[in-house]
Design a protein around this ligand. Structure first.
Ligand SMILES: Cc1ncc(COP(=O)(O)O)c(C=O)c1O
Length: 463
């Protein structure tokens, strides 16, 4: 099938996620079909090569066609691709659970996460987490603990429970009538914070903020107000991804989690995006020095290869489900603990542990930091923030007033479309540009990514 014919058929039969119909069907828009990939590169069916500037929607860690992960999947495939996990078990899941427990508890923080529940993606990992917490409280004599609180803009996925835990107007407003209500506190976003008295500088707003950490104080107050009805404080630690790569002042996760524990509530961390070295080693939780009671992992779990997710929790939550069959966790999926996914995840963890990969990762993070300064040359850049291997560039209309660009102009989208022509693939969040390279990206490739994004920005907003 030639590529024009396959795009015609795509437009006839397919429905793409998070993609406006008007854009996809626009005859002047050329959809890109990916044929293959290697390392930090993706190759289109047109033969053109593109740098994977957002790690294939924040999933890929070690690059495409990684020999270790490929081999692990092949070896598993020669044994079995899938069998049920309901009342049965298998070696890849057992080994992976053991490795994940080691990974999560590597820093000896408390509580220890002893139990692993597998699901398919970030949304289902969060859905499982919230149901575990609710049922554990109900079975432990605290059925009134049904309330959840999270920051404004929080995004935990697209299932009804995961949506209810979040606060994304754009993504959720159509479904509001069927979502359960959850509490909301201000987004800990230093650049746009009403309490930050600092004048804008050419730096990450967290580094020059002048405030009294009101975002944490207000969250603590709200948590205390909920008191005995609070089931959990829910947080993407360090970085709220879909909210616009909002990077929290360090210590926010720790302070707010302590408040939740003071009122006897649980802490539910969503490390779907931030986990596996993306924002800290081993996890963002460790960088903050706080362990949640329930931890959701997905995206990078298989190195960006296969849909697999894990919800880790404590022994005491697990034990709340002991007793008669009525105390069972009646929750799961047909493909829970898929052996191919488990094999890929085991290979991913093996790669993450290799010293040479750690050195490469650290060097990538440092290089990203030094290159990030180049964005300040453009007057419509208002905030350049970085957490680990995530760089976010917030575009604004006026640097002095921080006035945003007109949303209807979709400037961020236009910049990324232009970057595509220059050989870089990434997606913006509104007018926030994102660079999130796979860890295997070389210095030269990273420079090419930054060059392309800057050139694209200058094309869309000439200076
Ligand atoms: C923090 C966070 N949680 C949950 C999800 C949902 O994950 P998935 O798309 O795998 O369902 C996402 C997806 O972007 C995410 O960024």
């Amino acid at each position: 099938m030639n590529s024009a014919e396959s795009i015609r058929l795509d437009r006839k039969h397919l429905w793409h996620p998070f993609t406006p119909h008007a854009q996809w069907m626009d005859p002047s828009f050329e959809p890109l079909a990916i044929a293959s990939g290697e390392g930090a590169w993706l190759v289109g069916t047109d033969g053109k090569r593109y740098l994977d500037g957002n790690s294939s929607i924040w999933t890929n860690l070690h690059g495409h066609l990684n020999p270790t992960i490929n081999q692990a999947i092949r070896t598993q495939l020669d044994k079995i691709a899938h069998s049920s996990f309901l009342g049965l078990t298998h070696e890849p899941a057992i080994s992976l659970a053991q490795e994940l427990v080691h990974y999560a508890n590597a820093k000896g923080l408390s509580p220890t996460l002893e139990r692993v529940f597998f699901s398919d993606d970030g949304s289902t990992a969060m859905e499982a987490g919230l149901k575990m917490i609710l049922q554990a409280f109900a079975q432990n004599g605290q059925p009134q603990r049904t309330h959840f609180i999270s920051p404004d803009g929080a995004y935990h996925g697209d299932t009804v429970g995961a949506m209810s835990l979040g606060h994304s107007h754009t993504f959720h407003h159509h479904y509001q009538p069927v979502l359960f209500s959850s509490g909301k506190v201000m987004t800990p976003a230093c650049y746009r914070c009403p309490f930050n008295q600092a004048k804008p500088e050419k730096a990450d707003a967290r580094t020059y903020r002048k405030c009294k950490f009101e975002c944490a104080t207000l969250a603590e107050e709200k948590i205390h107000q909920s008191g005995g009805t609070l089931a959990a404080w829910v947080l993407e630690p360090r970085v709220q991804g879909a909210a616009g790569m909002i990077m929290q002042p360090h210590g926010y996760a720790k302070r707010t989690s302590a408040a939740a524990r003071q009122v006897g509530a649980r802490v539910l961390f969503d490390e779907v995006l931030t986990g596996f070295g993306r924002t800290g080693y081993p996890l963002a939780s460790h960088a903050e020095g706080v362990m949640p009671d329930v931890l959701a992992l997905a995206k990078g779990l298989t190195g960006g290869y296969l849909p697999l997710a894990a919800t880790l929790t404590t022994e005491d939550i697990f034990q709340s489900f002991s007793g008669g069959p009525e105390r069972t966790f009646y929750h799961g999926h047909s493909y829970t603990a898929n052996p191919l996914g488990c094999a890929a995840a085991l290979a991913n963890l093996e790669l993450l542990h290799q010293p040479k990969n750690r050195i490469q990762h650290d060097s990538l993070v440092q290089h990203l930091q030094s290159l990030s300064a180049r964005f300040w040359a453009h007057p419509n850049v208002g905030d350049v923030r970085q957490e680990g291997a995530i760089l976010a560039i917030e575009l604004i209309a006026d640097r002095t007033t921080r006035a945003p660009l007109l949303a209807a102009n979709r400037t961020g989208h236009k910049v990324c479309q232009s970057a595509r022509e220059l050989g870089l693939l990434t997606r913006p969040i509104g007018d926030v540009l994102v660079l999130m390279p796979p860890y295997c990206t070389t210095h030269n490739e990273l420079e090419k990514m930054v060059d392309a994004l800057l050139l694209a920005l200058n094309k869309v907003i000439p200076t």
